[in-house]
Write a protein that binds this ligand. Structure first.
Ligand SMILES: NC(=O)C1=CN([C@@H]2O[C@H](COP(=O)(O)OP(=O)(O)OC[C@H]3O[C@@H](n4cnc5c(N)ncnc54)[C@H](O)[C@@H]3O)[C@@H](O)[C@H]2O)C=CC1
Ligand SMILES: O=C(O)[C@@H]1CCC=N1
Length: 295
């Protein structure tokens, strides 16, 4: 693998390593990703306290079997590990609520963009981490990036909890925004590709249900092929492409319309957006600090 791809996957963990059944974890802001995290952690035996703002959402979380509340401070105080999964712009208000209650606890943010530096400043005394899972956690196939602080005390525990969602990869902080673009947004980008291929299949007359299967099975099969056989994607492409055959006609059009350059641009823009988010949130936090009359 190393010599062919010039890269060794930095997989650190897959599958639970700790006995997690005595653990209580708070998930603050159990929306789309937070409720998937709650299900994954709960399936690992963890007691989850999920928080949400609306009565309907709390009721829904309870129906799914989780302890659920609107009281973030209660959840933080009861839990040994705290996860934050609100939208980045919702974070300053949440930090204001819980900032005085997290000292000594590990707190893991899955929010795009917000740097450790800002988490540390707003959650005094907590051991702060950044993680970037993806929606595929719903099928235990998240590729989760993890940034741990130096001299982290709780790193093995955090990796173990995150592994309930799939694979965990430890990263330096300067890579997490790029990871957010590639792996965090990845399912959306890949879903667009799948949707486009389905439309293409319809255009050449394949019935809709068959088109869906043809595309999904081909995507899953190609990923499985690349995962289990040590070949570079370009080598796979060459194995499929018969000189003067059909595939080369498709590849010529893709090349001419710039699919690769569009994807590279897209990922660069998404990475830059995460960096910009960090600045925007930091400004909001400073404003909040000034408005509170703090020096
Ligand atoms: N959706 C995704 O695939 C992924 C999202 N993320 C990150 O996860 C975070 C959440 O994203 P989504 O789940 O998509 O958003 P969402 O809007 O579905 O979930 C956020 C939830 O937090 C709740 N909330 C907001 N403020 C709150 C507060 N003070 N107390 C309690 N609950 C509060 C909201 O009502 C909402 O239900 C974002 O920061 C995003 O960057 C990370 C990886 C993947
Ligand atoms: O779109 C977003 O900002 C979040 C981060 C990764 C996936 N969704």
């Amino acid at each position: 693998m190393q010599s062919l791809l010039g890269h060794q996957p930095a997989l650190v963990l897959k599958g639970c390593r700790f006995r997690l059944s005595n653990l209580t974890v708070a998930i603050l802001g159990a929306g789309k990703i937070g409720s998937i995290m709650a299900r994954s952690f709960s399936d690992c035996g963890i007691h989850v306290i999920a928080t949400a703002r609306s009565r309907e959402r709390i009721e829904k979380l309870r129906m799914q079997g989780f302890e659920a509340t609107s009281d973030n401070v209660y959840a933080v105080e009861k839990a040994s590990v705290v996860f934050i999964s609100v939208k980045p712009y919702q974070y300053p208000a949440l930090a204001w609520q819980i900032g005085g209650h997290v000292s000594g606890k590990p707190v893991v943010s899955v929010m795009a963009g917000i740097p450790l530096r800002v988490l540390r400043k707003t959650l005094p005394g907590a051991e702060v981490y950044r993680a970037m899972p993806n929606l595929n956690a719903a099928v235990k196939r998240s590729a989760t990036g993890l940034v741990a602080p130096s001299n982290a005390q709780y790193k093995e525990l955090i990796k173990s909890i995150l592994s309930c969602m799939g694979s965990v990869y430890e990263l330096p902080e300067q890579l997490i925004d790029a990871w957010t673009a590639v792996a965090g947004s990845g399912p959306a980008i890949i879903a667009e590709f799948i949707d486009s291929m389905i439309l293409a299949a319809l255009a050449v007359g394949i019935p809709r249900d068959l088109a869906y299967d043809a595309v999904l099975e081909s995507i899953i099969g190609t990923a499985e092929y690349l995962r289990t056989r040590p070949v570079h994607p370009a080598q796979l492409r060459d194995e499929v492409t018969t000189p003067g055959g059909t595939t080369i006609m498709a590849l010529k059009i893709i090349e001419g319309k710039g699919m690769k350059s569009a994807l590279i641009d897209a990922v660069e823009k998404a990475t830059a957006r995460a960096r910009k988010l960090a600045r925007e949130i930091e400004e909001r936090i400073e404003e909040q600090h000034e408005n509170s009359g703090a020096s």
